[in-house]
Design a protein around this ligand. Structure first.
Ligand code: 2M8
Length: 439
């Protein structure tokens, strides 16, 4: 049964206080993966969900940044490239980490975890960390127009998106002969090219060599990242309320970034990225441009414009959501982030539609279940054939399936109002998770 299989994957990928995205391809802790995993784990093992987030924030830097990878010292060096020896930096906790970030979807995750099993003590513990995460982005990355920039395609989470082709082409990189480990696990036509990897490596090296202070030759404002930042502020307002804090500054910040996005990034039915170095919009057909649907204060005409685009260009009604519009010349149904459907991206857009357009949200939820039923818990899916691609037993596919089913139901049967872990015969939370994580 699909729910038990999802839980089994999450159990198999659990490393004691957090979950690896995939045992072989991604054997460490990843930042936004952990947020999605916590959202799913909240449905059957809320303690694990809290531990997942607290472990990640245990490796937060003094400046507030939450690194995109926290390395497990027990994993052999060389198992993942670029590993701890490349990033060459440690968090105050002593953990080796990377020095870049990922979309800040963690406040939303913390709130969902609290909703599944109310725990004000957890919220009080994580709230200042979430605020510091946002503060880092404001201090280090905010432009005069009020938008947050990213300094590496890996920071977008949609690493290989065609939206990054032009800004990435401007990055100078020597053929460096990097030893890629990803191709040991996934076939080359499903992953970025060697040329992409040379540029990824050159950018990360330049940032590292500046002490993770000065960005290299890539600096863009991404609609998904900015939407996540805005949703984080709106969610922090709710968390502040529970913690006895002041929600007002968060609400103001959420409104301000929403306004800045509408003014500077919205273009004819889709939010676009903008290249900070040239000042020019990066016009593409990336589904990242639909994610601002999540913003609670988005003006109605913009919502309608996005929904029109989702229907016309992304075929929203007909099947699973592709990560790039299929009619665009750069579309590739099998290659990582250049067209395949991803469960996390679909989940984000689904969040934006659930209250506004339940008639569209329902079929989108069904499409997630259908893709996983047909192909298994793969990393990504061909949006037409539903053939699975990337790694197997991928954690956020399993986690978000649990969340989708808990909200939406299965096979036309509405949600039972019980969590997966409470159903007869299902897997419960077996191990003991202490309160040591942030101690
Ligand atoms: C992918 O990114 C990593 C680098 O961070 C990689 O390709 O090695 C992306 O899909 C990213 O969004 C995700 O967080 C990560 C782990 O699942 O894999």
């Amino acid at each position: 049964m699909i729910l038990r299989d999802a839980v089994r994957i999450l159990v198999g990928n659990w490393d004691g206080s957090y979950t690896v995205p995939s045992r072989r391809l991604y054997p460490h802790q990843w930042s936004w993966d952990s947020a999605f995993i916590a959202i799913g784990n909240a449905r059957w093992a809320p303690r694990r969900a809290r531990s997942e987030l607290l472990t990640l924030f245990g490796a937060q830097w003094r400046d507030g940044r939450v690194p995109h990878i926290v390395f497990n010292p027990k994993v052999p060096l060389g198992a993942y490239f670029p590993g701890p020896e490349f990033w060459d930096v440690r968090a105050p906790s002593g953990s080796a980490t990377s020095g870049i970030v990922q979309p800040p979807v963690h406040a939303l995750a913390a709130w969902r975890v609290h909703q599944a099993e109310p725990d004000p003590a957890f919220l009080r513990r994580i709230y200042p960390r979430l605020v510091a995460q946002q503060q880092f982005l404001r201090t280090a990355r905010r432009s005069a127009d009020g938008l947050i920039s990213i300094v590496h395609p890996w920071e977008s989470g949609m690493d290989n998106s065609p939206a990054w082709d032009a800004p990435l082409a401007a990055v100078e990189a020597e053929p460096s002969g990097v030893t890629r480990r990803d191709l040991d696990h996934v076939s080359a036509h499903e992953r970025p090219t060697d040329r992409d990897y040379e540029r990824y490596t050159a950018l990360a090296r330049a940032y590292r060599d500046s002490g993770y202070r000065r960005p290299g030759a890539f600096c863009v404002e991404d609609p998904l990242f900015n939407a996540a930042y805005g949703v984080a502020e709106a969610t922090l307002a709710k968390i502040a309320d529970v913690c006895g804090g002041d929600p007002e500054p968060h609400l103001r910040e959420a409104a301000a970034v929403t306004e800045a996005m509408v003014e500077h990034l919205y273009d004819d039915g889709l939010f676009q990225a903008r290249d900070v170095l040239t000042g020019c919009p990066i016009r593409s057909n990336s589904a990242a441009g639909l994610v601002p649907l999540m913003l609670p204060g988005l003006p109605r005409e913009i919502v309608n414009g996005l929904i029109g685009t989702a229907l016309d260009r992304f075929g929203l009604k007909d099947g699973v959501l592709p990560s790039f519009a299929p009619a665009a010349p750069e579309f590739d149904a099998a290659r990582y982030w250049r067209g395949p459907s991803w469960i996390n991206l679909t989940w984000l857009v689904w969040q934006g539609l659930r209250h506004r357009r339940p008639d569209l949200a329902g079929p989108l939820a069904d499409s997630v279940i259908r893709a996983i039923r047909q192909a298994g818990f793969r990393e990504y899916f061909d949006p037409f054939s539903l053939l699975g691609h990337g790694c197997h037993d991928f954690s956020w596919s399993a986690a978000l399936l649990l969340d989708v089913v808990a909200e939406h139901g299965l096979d036309g049967v509405p949600p039972a109002g019980r969590e997966v872990g409470q159903q007869p015969g299902s897997l419960g939370e077996a191990d003991d998770i202490g309160d040591h994580v942030l101690a």
